[in-house]
Write a new protein. Structure first.
Length: 167
C-alpha cells in the first residue's frame, strides 16, 4: 500500500503535552519534563604514533530524567522499598527498583519519535512532601541497565520511512 504524505506546518515541533509515557508496560499521565542523555565516555590514550594519542569509546551510559507524581502508595513504595508491597513496613531496602520506560512523541499519522528503554534503575529521588495537599512529586533520575538487549532504542517515523536504531 502507498503511504499518503501528511504535510506538517512549517515550524511544527514535538511537544511533551502530546507525549505518551509508559512505565512498567502501563501508560501513565503522571510524568512530565523528559530528559535523555547518552554518554560514550570517550578516553584519550597515549600512543607512539605520529599523532601521540588515540581516542577510544568507553562503556556507553544512558541516563534519563523526568518528574513523576506519585498517584498511589504502591508507586511510592517501589521507590523507597523496591516493592509495591514491602513486607518490612518502614524498613528501607538496599535494592534499587528497576522498570521499563517508553516515551512516544507522535506528531500526526506518519510522524513520531519514540524512545524505548527496556530496563532502567532509579538512581535518585528527592521527595518533597506537600503539607498543603498538593500531589507528591519526585524528580526521577534513572540509568539504563544492561539486560542482554539494547539499552535504548530510538524510532523515528517520517513521511517516507520508519527508522529504528538500538544502542
Amino acid at each position: 500500500t502507498e503511504t499518503v504524505a501528511v504535510p506538517l506546518e512549517s515550524g511544527t515541533v514535538y511537544n511533551f503535552n502530546d507525549a505518551t509515557v509508559t512505565l512498567a508496560g502501563s501508560a501513565t499521565a503522571l510524568v512530565r519534563s523528559f530528559e535523555l542523555g547518552i554518554e560514550n565516555n570517550l578516553q584519550i590514550q597515549q600512543t607512539d604514533d605520529f599523532v601521540p594519542y588515540d581516542i577510544y569509546e568507553g562503556t556507553r551510559e544512558i541516563s534519563l530524567g523526568f518528574d513523576l507524581i506519585f498517584e498511589t502508595l504502591a508507586e511510592y513504595n517501589k521507590f523507597h522499598y523496591a516493592s509495591a508491597t514491602p513486607s518490612t513496613g518502614t524498613a528501607q531496602s538496599g535494592t534499587i527498583y528497576s522498570t521499563s520506560a517508553e516515551f512516544d512523541f507522535p506528531l500526526g499519522a506518519n510522524n513520531a519519535v519514540k524512545f524505548t528503554l527496556p530496563s532502567i534503575a532509579y538512581e535518585e529521588f528527592p521527595v518533597e512532601p506537600q503539607a498543603g495537599g498538593d500531589p507528591v512529586t519526585v524528580s526521577v533520575r534513572a540509568v539504563g541497565q544492561r539486560t542482554g538487549s539494547a539499552l535504548l532504542t530510538a524510532e523515528v517515523k517520517n513521511q517516507f520511512a520508519d527508522y529504528t536504531v538500538g544502542s
